[in-house]
Design a protein around this ligand. Structure first.
Ligand SMILES: [Zn+2]
Length: 275
């Protein structure tokens, strides 16, 4: 399926940008036109944590020209084993402002906008407007389901990734065309069955793999190339490197993307964290 990107591609790439992205521009089925589409694109990454960090690195590296980051947390020592853009001297500082600074230094040709706020069901539908794509790196069920419902209702493609312990998953949501998060997981698990990486742990490279899959899908979509993971859920186990691609399909009764939208905020509870 080809991404039907409708925004107008940026007209210019500097000589430095052409050199910088040269190994990408020479790819089969890739050209300066695709690179200009990436430069003109606006993506929102929800969460500057374990998924957000590697995803943001690759989105900035590929040259997505306008990246907005939403996160309300400050950096903790326990973040550093997987959120590798932060240093020990950053502990206590704002995640999204710190990562914005690192990404601006990494690629000064793109615009980075940090928004320091917490995503809720009440603000997601307004916050998640005006973007060409959203990559979800939220670390709690209330925000993850709010992002899904708002992206689908605002008709914005959503690139999903998650990881826990040694396992990860990723898939791509094109609203009204492919299954959304609620089509396959209508509700989060009950609070007593939820595991977070605070309790269960996560292998740092496993979360990087899941994030990289979502970032690759998002970058291809924004460049106008075909995406692969619509109606397909990739799950992997980094202990065995058994990758499986599960066929999934839209549920016509889905409360987010089905015949009738029904707002279903996930209650904020003590153990609503997943990342
Ligand atoms: Zn759905």
């Amino acid at each position: 399926m080809f991404g039907d990107v409708i925004y107008v591609a940026s007209n210019t790439l500097s000589d430095i940008e052409i050199k910088r992205y040269s190994r990408q521009i020479i790819l089969p089925n890739f050209s300066i036109t695709n690179q200009k589409k990436l430069k003109a694109a606006k993506i929102l990454v929800t969460g500057a944590g374990g998924i957000g960090t590697p995803a943001l690195c690759y989105l900035a590296a590929t040259g997505v020209g306008n990246i907005t980051i939403i996160d309300s947390d400050n950096i903790e020592y326990s973040n550093l084993h997987r959120q590798f853009l932060f240093n020990e001297s950053d502990v206590g500082k704002s995640k999204c402002k710190t990562i914005a600074g690192r990404l601006r230094a990494f690629n000064p040709n793109i615009d980075i906008t940090p928004i320091e706020t917490r995503i809720t069901y009440g603000n997601a539908f307004d916050l998640l407007r005006g973007y060409d794509a959203i990559l979800d790196g939220t670390d709690n069920f209330p925000a993850r389901y709010a992002v899904n419902d708002a992206a689908v209702q605002n008709n914005i493609p959503l690139f999903h990734a998650a990881a826990l312990q040694y396992e990860g998953r990723a898939f791509t949501i094109l609203p009204q065309k492919s299954a959304c998060l609620r089509c396959i997981f209508p509700e989060p698990p009950p609070p007593q069955d939820r595991l977070s990486c605070r309790e269960a742990g996560v292998l740092s490279p496993a979360i990087g793999i899941a994030a990289s899959i979502a970032a690759a899908e998002a970058a291809k979509y924004l460049a106008g190339l075909p995406v692969a993971l619509t109606n397909k859920l990739v799950v992997f186990d980094s202990r065995t490197f058994d990758f499986r691609t599960l066929e999934i399909s839209r549920d016509e009764n889905c409360t987010a993307c089905g015949k009738k939208f029904i707002p279903k905020p996930v209650p904020e509870t003590e153990n609503c964290h997943i990342g």
